[in-house]
Design a protein around this ligand. Structure first.
Ligand SMILES: [Zn+2]
Length: 293
């Protein structure tokens, strides 16, 4: 009798566990299906994939959710890509003629992959070139309301922190068209436009091609290659490589010596001493952070 009861409990416990597993699996599955459906809906709604811009670079890869799609082709970019920035009948239009408040580059131990332009909430933001809207989303922890347009010249441009967007995915856009209004949505302190220029889903310094004083293109053509993406190492787009002149810090661990640190970070003991106002004989307290570059 006791044995049978034990068996009963064991089998019912097993059944309960199975039900739980199955239901959690089912949840994941429905979520995935829903996600797939929403992407399909976006793409299929009377949109002709043959009309996609720059198919010589991107083919028909058209992802309305992921910014870095298709994957960056490091080997191809070793050779470089020459882009005709100005197509016939398509002039460049500056997204917003404002003061630059932050440049592209290394900023507080990470890359700032765009240029920040000062504006007021509600100021109109213009599309830089002709193209088709690939992404229009709201990311509360990052870009806020943002838009990515793929252009016929092969570039993609991103406009972030908008208070309102006036365009939707798959919409054809003319250069100079108002795509939204300036704002401060997402991770932003004060209203500004975060503007990115991208090739193959990766951002390069917009000032390589745009003169931010005259609000015009520097050249009609640009040859883009790996050196335009200093944060990528051997195809790893998340490598976050610091520029050679960036400040770097080291937290002292047991066994660290000044000469060891100098060697490790490619600098000299004298320079580390100067940066931290210490002497060669200062005791390195474990846990202290030293600037090493
Ligand atoms: Zn920014």
């Amino acid at each position: 009798m006791r044995k049978r009861l034990e068996q009963y409990w064991r089998s019912s416990l097993l059944a309960l566990l199975c039900t739980l597993c199955a239901s959690s699996l089912a949840q994941v599955d429905t979520l995935d299906i829903r996600l797939e459906q929403s992407v399909k809906e976006i793409i299929s709604s009377d949109f002709d994939l043959d009309l996609l811009p720059a198919q010589s670079i991107y083919g028909q890869d058209w992802n309305a959710r992921n910014i870095d799609s298709p994957a960056y082709d490091y080997k191809l970019m070793k050779l470089g890509y020459t882009l005709d920035l100005v197509e016939e009948g398509c002039e460049y239009v500056h997204p917003f003629k404002g003061r630059i408040t932050s440049k592209y580059g290394w900023r507080r131990s990470r890359w700032h992959k765009g240029i920040d332009i000062d504006l007021d909430i509600g100021d109109p933001v213009y599309a830089a070139f002709d193209g088709v809207v690939r992404i229009q989303r709201y990311n509360p922890g990052g870009f806020g309301n943002y838009v990515i347009i793929r252009h016929y010249n092969g570039l993609e441009t991103l406009y972030a922190h908008l208070s309102e967007t006036l365009v939707t995915v798959n919409q054809t856009i003319r250069a100079g068209q108002v795509i939204g209004y300036g704002g401060s949505t997402g991770r932003s302190t004060g209203s500004h436009l975060h503007f990115q220029t991208m090739l193959m889903g990766q951002a390069f310094d917009p000032s390589r091609i745009i003169d931010f004083n005259t609000f015009t293109l520097k050249n009609d053509q640009a040859t883009v290659n790996n050196t335009w993406f200093p944060y990528i190492r051997k195809g790893n787009t998340r490598a976050n490589i610091a520029p050679p002149n960036a400040r770097r810090y080291h937290k002292i661990r047991r066994g660290n010596t000044l000469s060891g640190l100098a060697q490790r970070y490619g600098t000299t003991v004298n320079r580390i001493c100067r940066l931290n106002r210490i002497s060669r004989t200062t005791t390195l307290r474990i846990g202290r952070t030293l600037r090493v570059r």
